[in-house]
Write a protein that binds this ligand. Structure first.
Ligand SMILES: [Zn+2]
Length: 413
């Protein structure tokens, strides 16, 4: 029998923990009652605020004859490690035996693009006779069910090393030079190891959670090999490799017009820059994008996106772009990527006086242009070439600001 196990919302921003750690512990424990055939780390809608950082759920598929025993082991591990004392932690476990209904896959896609309620998950689980466990509010059953339903046609892999329990909450001492060497050897088969613009190691979190470091890459072998090149500075107490939707852009949906942009979704939208980009206090950059139907929407590059803001600031009205990003409650698109499709290369300016070289003035509506000094005249504005500091290509926020789900431009999946 193939038993699918989904788990979510066990961690706490304040106290640490990580649902992937419970998954790793479970992989070891479940090996005693069966064979773990698949381990998935599934990121869900990144635009939902109440979620614990990153919004990651896990799902395991276990081939076992001892289904009840496997369920007992799972519940025990969640009860042992979930941070139940945090009011924002509301774990959920979902069990499903055998073939996965198509409904589950559809639910996964909804949980990526929409805000899905606990009741909706519960209704679906009851309809298919799946067993589930709710702790406190049990919000975790949403992610747990979505993780089980995730078919991951496009996937990357993450190797995660975990710390010995007595080190949780203490400083990590990963050798940065070894991370650079690993990156030099394995990038772009691995990705987001280091942010060269910021000079920052990205493989280790700065939270009190059990994760020591994680390496993302295009297959299981490469992330495991890359991990051996890292000098961790302490014992690796446990490790796991997950198949994941990270780095796949699974959260993005192409829409054809502004009217289709829903709050809390993540979209790809093509249009024309309709306003001069504006920098506001705090260093955020905003501009208006006009779609092919003449409808407009605000796009934003926030301060943490660092040098990416320079790309956005260099846009001018008339540039044709494709924007990628999450949508907030006020329907502002929070840019993750921007593809410059066509740069405006010219602008219309008043003609120059052939005699003195000065810019002519309007002679009045419909009367052309004239030089006030020389009395020379011209009929029309002239085209002036614009020097642009942008290229017609895809720009992305730097790795340090990249969302888990965002596909780095180097990644060919
Ligand atoms: Zn003149």
């Amino acid at each position: 029998m193939l038993l699918h196990i989904g788990i979510d919302d066990t961690d706490s921003r304040k106290h640490g923990m990580c649902t992937t750690y419970i998954g790793a512990v479970l992989m070891r424990r479940l090996a005693k009652v069966g064979e773990v055939e698949e381990a998935k780390l599934v990121r869900l809608n990144p635009n939902i605020k109440y979620k614990t950082r990153g919004n990651a759920a896990i799902a395991l598929a276990v081939r076992t004859k001892k289904v009840e025993e496997a369920k007992r082991i799972t519940k025990q591990a969640v009860e042992e490690f979930a941070v139940l004392e945090d009011e924002n932690t509301n774990p959920g476990i979902v069990f499903h035996e055998g073939e996965l209904p198509e409904d589950f896959s559809r639910f996964y896609h909804r949980a990526l693009h929409e805000v899905v309620g606990i009741d909706q998950a519960e209704r679906l689980l009851r309809r298919h006779g799946a067993e589930y466990v709710k702790y406190k509010l049990g919000r975790g059953i949403v992610g747990a069910l979505a993780a089980i339903g995730a078919e991951l046609e496009q996937a990357t892999y993450e190797y995660i090393a975990y710390r010995a329990r007595e080190r949780w909450g203490t400083r990590r001492n990963i050798d940065a030079a070894s991370v650079l060497a690993m990156d030099a050897l394995t990038f772009p088969l691995t990705f987001n190891n280091f942010d060269y613009g910021e000079g920052r190691v990205l493989i280790a979190p700065h939270t009190p959670c059990p994760v020591l470091f994680g390496i993302r890459g295009i297959n299981a072998q490469v992330v495991e090999e890359a991990a051996k090149l890292v000098l961790p500075g302490e014992e690796i107490a446990l490790s796991a490799v997950y198949k994941t939707n990270q780095g796949t852009d699974a959260h993005l949906e192409e829409v054809s017009r502004v009217a289709e942009v829903r709050p809390f979704s993540s979209v790809i939208l093509t249009g024309e820059v309709a306003s001069e980009p504006e920098i506001i206090r705090g260093g955020h950059v905003f501009f208006r994008l006009r779609d092919d139907h003449g409808e407009e929407i605000t796009c934003a590059a926030y301060e943490p996106t660092r040098q990416f803001r320079g790309v956005v600031r260099a846009l001018i009205p008339g540039d044709r772009v494709k924007v990628y990003g999450g949508v907030d409650e006020s329907r502002t698109i929070n840019l993750e990527k921007l593809e410059v499709l066509r740069l405006r290369r010219e602008r219309l300016v008043n003609p120059q006086c052939k005699n003195c070289g000065r810019r002519m003035e309007s002679a009045g509506r419909g009367k052309g242009y004239r030089c006030r000094r020389c009395r020379t005249r011209a009929e029309e504005k002239v085209r002036e070439r614009l020097e642009r500091n942008l290229q017609e290509k895809l720009y992305s926020v730097p790795p340090i600001a990249m969302r888990h789900l965002s596909k780095p431009p180097v990644l060919a999946l």
